[in-house]
Design a protein around this ligand. Structure first.
Ligand code: AMP
Length: 392
């Protein structure tokens, strides 16, 4: 794969695919600029190198139609504020008016195109639409890791029609950290997997077992594993139809000599609410009407201890219902243990990111992936079409 710092962009029309899928309120104000900030290094680099920069993104799921609330226009103010530069907005992403505006661009100028998904060809990875996008540029740069797991015209088919294609710095980071975690990891390698459901993480667990030395399981999904091991887990989350799968995963871990750690105690309550009385009990003693909503102190110690000496940690999914203060300690303390264990730490998945931010530890992690679904599919061992297109 080529990277942006390996190509000459001077005076060239550069089409930059980003993920500006920002949150907005009902009045159309952008309420979070994290995704825009994430591509600023790539944008500034391209501008410094004399590119004529055409930026394109999706926003929401308009399904091939114009939806006023999903216009990218409000992002202009955010982008222009962050760059301290003018940004021209075009109310379409292809067509004669767009071609004309691009044709008049000078070095260092920026155009933001309208939502790619207003065009039906985008989600269909349509070659004709991709050709229209390709006609706008000499160079294609992809910086939208979060959509790499879906083939769209702007991240897949377009690469067939643009002579020079490369990854931006955001995507480069994702690729390099992924390799450090899954391709050539410093060992021992541990995976911490939490979140609600085993069913969402089977592919991930199956693939990780082939690569890691330790798997640490927390969150709601731990109770399905505990039930599969024969414990009563009260009213904790349990996917009855996953019990055999859970046993199979544990057996496979044994065969592969992978240490498989489950909680030994839990914070339980009679309701998953902020007001509910919470107490700690061993996982063999969860009362019938109670729900396990976080890992307990003995488990925090067990898991933290397991991280000592580990060289690489991959983490997806919180250890408990961290959104409520009474059930957040397990996730927050484990985040502290990951931050301080000296290992390269690679975090991914929307909730894990949010939890670590809430714990105030984001800056202590080696890398936090920008792709929820894309990161998960990558850990599952799947080929990501957006990445594969650049590798061709
Ligand atoms: P996921 O998207 O699968 O990573 O799941 C994240 C969600 O799992 C978060 O919203 C947590 O509140 C929830 N969660 C974590 N632990 C538990 C638990 N013990 N019981 C119920 N929900 C949980």
């Amino acid at each position: 794969m080529k990277y942006i710092d390996q190509i000459d962009m001077k005076g060239k029309r550069v089409f930059l695919r980003v993920d500006f899928n920002v949150p907005m309120d009902k009045e159309g104000n952008v309420t979070g600029d994290k995704r825009v900030r994430a591509s600023i290094p790539t944008i500034n680099y391209a501008l410094d190198k004399g590119a004529k920069l055409i930026i394109a993104s999706h926003l929401g799921r308009p399904k091939g139609k114009r939806v006023a609330e999903m216009s990218l226009k409000p992002v202009v103010k955010v982008l222009s504020g962050l760059l301290q530069k003018d940004v021209t907005f075009l109310d379409d992403c292809v067509g004669p008016a767009v071609e004309q505006a691009v044709g008049k661009m000078k070095e260092g100028e920026i155009i933001l195109l309208e939502n790619l998904r207003f065009q039906p060809g985008e989600d269909k990875n349509d070659a004709e639409f991709a050709k229209q996008l390709a006609a706008l540029c000499d160079i294609y740069i992809d910086d939208a890791f979060a959509v790499s797991h879906r083939a769209a015209a702007s991240n897949s088919a377009i690469t067939e029609f643009v002579p020079v294609c490369a990854a931006g710095f955001l995507l480069k980071n994702e690729v390099e950290y992924f390799k450090k975690a899954m391709v050539n990891p410093a060992k021992p390698l541990a995976a911490i997997i939490g979140g609600a459901k085993v069913s969402d993480k089977i592919g991930l667990l199956e693939n990780l077992i082939e690569k890691v030395d330790k798997i640490i399981i927390g969150g709601g999904m731990a109770f399905t594993f505990l039930r599969a091991a024969g414990y009563e887990t009260g009213k904790s989350l349990c996917e009855e139809d996953m019990l055999d799968t859970a046993r199979r995963i544990v057996d496979k871990a044994k065969q592969k000599n992978v240490q498989f750690l489950l909680p030994v105690d839990a914070v339980v309550a009679q309701a998953a609410t902020a007001e509910a009385e919470a107490k700690v009990c061993g996982v063999k003693e969860i009362p019938k009407e109670w729900i396990g909503l976080d890992i307990g102190p003995a488990t925090i110690a067990l898991f933290s201890d397991a991280l000592k000496g580990v060289k690489t940690v991959i983490w997806n999914g919180p250890m408990g219902m961290f959104e409520l203060a009474s059930f957040s300690k397990g996730t927050f303390e484990l985040a502290g243990a990951v931050a301080n264990c000296g290992a390269l730490s690679i975090i991914g998945g929307g909730d894990t990111d949010t939890a670590i931010k809430k714990a105030g530890l984001s800056s202590k992690m080696s890398y936090i992936s920008t792709g929820g679904g894309a990161f998960l599919e990558w850990l599952e061992g799947k080929t990501l079409p957006g990445i594969a297109a650049l590798e061709k």
